[in-house]
Design a protein around this ligand. Sequence first.
Ligand code: C2E
Ligand code: MG
Ligand code: MG
Length: 325
Amino acid sequence: MGIALAPVHGEDVDALLSHADLALYAAKSGGRNEVRMFMPDMALNTRRRLAIEEGLREAIARGQFHLVFQPKISLRTGQVLGFEALLRWRHPALDDVPPSEFVPIAEESGQIGPVGQWVLETACREAARWPDGLALAVNVSPVQAVSTDLLTQVRRALDLAGLAPERLELEITESSLLNESEPSAKVMQRLRTIGCRIALDDFGTGYSALSYLRQFPFNALKIDRSLMAGLPVHSDAQAIIRMIVSLARTLDLETVAEGVEDASQLEALTRYGCDSAQGYLISRPMPGTDLPAWVAEHVAVPSATVAAEPLALSQAGETHPAASR
Ligand code: C2E
Ligand code: MG
Ligand code: MG
């Protein structure tokens, strides 16, 4: 339900109705059984949303998208395993719009098909030029899996780039699997059949439905970065991450820790047996042009800063993280 009050929110019927409508829209986007009172910034938000929706229609043609790449490293060897492609949009009037804002709008306005295709094709083309063996991870939304022919999109992107399917991993977000689980499970199965890998992104947050792990053919679980904040001092975050790692082992899935920002987190994750990690500590997402130099440099100093140290640490690091610095 959306509420607008006269005379503060409008003095005529049209203004009141349109403001009540905006409040209703805000209530609906908050989930079920919500009530919202109109607030002036709702009008601003709606205008921004419309601008984003409009802007998306021409973003590809106008060359406003680009990709950045964030490395994933092995916690056993310190080796670079691959890179995750992250979409960036430079809108002339709105400046940089983050994907967390425009991807859901692209999904809702039916534009995720072409956007997702652009990402897949551009990322695969880049990855085909990378040093041998480096894997590419691409985020796909399940809306993309159902509303467009994801399998055809993926095949086309791999063919155009001449990239082996084994080098491509698709990352799916858990929250968005909720509505569309049956058809997307079928598409995921077929992607596995052609050789691609599938990872469950943001695992351990709000929607954690463990039944997904049986329903979908995942290769890897990405542990959500919200859990890293508690490492290594908070016993609840420790317990959850340890549980995820041991669950993943039992199910024969790999674990990737996301959003690792400091050395003590990396040390703890290594101790818990997590397989690999990503985060600002290792590197921020970088433009494709910086990637070869970064890889060369990282290979030259393999795991000195990230793996050797944590392995040598005693259990004391767990309760006294400062002592390990
Ligand atoms: P994600 O796939 O979980 O990506 C990780 C996000 O965390 C990225 O934000 C990355 O820049 C950020 N990040 C990485 N390391 C750290 C860290 O150490 N600390 C902190 N605070 N953040 C870190 P970004 O690029 O803004 O992307 C946000 C989300 O948007 C992604 O989450 C993904 O779900 C979605 N997304 C991004 N690119 C695409 C795309 O091409 N297609 C689709 N469907 N979704 C995308
Ligand atoms: Mg991801
Ligand atoms: Mg994530």
